[in-house]
Write a protein that binds this ligand. Structure first.
Ligand code: HEM
Ligand code: HEM
Length: 290
């Protein structure tokens, strides 16, 4: 079971490492060829009064762009219905990335470089947003998993959480001999510390109000004046809380990276739906008003 999971993990990461090079850059070459053909068609046409979405070449480029967009949007469906392993998905993602990028050329030539404050340009802008977020996703897949494993060392997420809970138990134990006021401060760390928090918190990595950090700082003055057994117990509790702060910062960094890995999809997918809607309006409206 563990071996099987390890293999899936390895296959998954190799999917993300090498989809760009899939088949000797097959889809990159195909996309470049497609773009060259479109550029040639654009400049060889004899358009009157000037190139636009309404000329013959304009229509061909527009239809090609729309077909590509619908096909690219189907990756979401394909991802959830992978039947023959990750390798065919790798080909899909490779084609997705390169053909997706070729849309910058195809759709721009389709417009004949005519933009305005209208639903046509809205569709174009949304397409660029989808493409830019996709590029961000490729960057995230290529660089972040390494940062994740560097950060994590040998410790898995589960082990990190277990470590924090174990420290909590030791802190609780260490706080027993403390006086009421100091014990209340330590309880802040035990009861109010938010390890990860919601998605935005994890994404921004903003933990300035960490209860453990506050508690640790508040113990400082007591630590300076305490003597004897009280000082010993305080030192022990604060050492443990310092270790908890280190463990928290490692776990939070890991959650921050995982959130970054997910974040771009929160733009890519909704913007795809908005693009499909704007594109439908664009196509219907040009047929109604032309
Ligand atoms: C079936 C596919 C498509 C058809 C039939 C189509 C049709 C047209 C037509 C007839 C025009 C000229 C309108 C005019 O000059 O007033 C046009 C312009 C334009 N199209 Fe498309 N189009 C298609 C796909 C796309 C796609 C995929 C995009 C980009 C996402 C796009 C973005 C634009 C833009 C920005 C313009 C310029 C609008 C302007 O003049 O302000 N179109 N399209
Ligand atoms: C207009 C063009 C595009 C559309 C409509 C589109 C749409 C989509 C959709 C619907 C998904 C599935 C998301 C999910 O359900 O999890 C997806 C995934 C993805 N897209 Fe795009 N995309 C476009 C262009 C691009 C571009 C240009 C890139 C890269 C430069 C890109 C990179 C990705 C990546 C890396 C994934 C995730 C694949 C995986 O999970 O293995 N996309 N895209």
């Amino acid at each position: 079971m563990a071996v099987a999971r390890g293999q899936t993990q390895r296959r998954k990461s190799s999917t993300h490492e090498s989809f760009l090079r899939h088949g000797g850059f097959l889809f990159a070459k195909l996309s470049v060829a497609l773009c060259v053909a479109c550029i040639a068609a654009y400049f060889l046409q004899d358009a009157h009064p000037r190139p636009s979405g309404g000329t013959a070449v304009g229509y061909v480029l527009g239809i090609l762009g729309a077909v590509l967009i619908v096909w690219l949007a189907l990756l979401g469906v394909r991802k959830r219905a992978v039947s023959d392993g990750h390798y065919s998905l790798k080909a899909w993602v490779s084609a997705h990335v390169y053909l997706g990028l070729s849309l910058i050329v195809i759709a721009t030539l389709h417009t004949g470089f005519q933009f305005g404050w209208n639903v046509h340009t809205l569709a174009y802008g949304l397409m660029l947003l989808v493409i830019a977020s996709g590029a961000l996703g490729v960057w995230a897949y290529a660089t972040l998993p390494k940062t994740l494993s560097d950060n994590r060392g040998e410790t898995t997420r589960k082990q990190m959480l277990a470590q924090i809970h174990a420290l909590d138990e030791q802190i609780h134990e260490a706080a027993q001999p403390l006086q009421r006021a100091e014990a209340d401060i330590v309880r802040l760390s035990l009861e109010e510390t938010d390890i990860g928090g919601g998605f935005w918190r994890r994404l921004l990595g903003n933990y300035g109000d960490c209860a453990n950090a506050h508690a640790l700082a508040s113990l400082g003055p007591a630590l300076r004046v305490a003597t004897g057994k009280e000082a010993e117990a305080l030192r022990k509790a604060s050492d443990l809380m310092q270790r908890k702060a280190d463990a928290l910062s490692l776990a939070r960094r890991q959650m921050h990276i995982t959130a970054l890995l997910e974040a771009w999809l929160f733009v890519h997918v909704p913007a795809t739906f908005a693009l499909l809607a704007a594109l439908s309006v664009h196509i219907v409206s040009v047929f109604l008003y032309w």
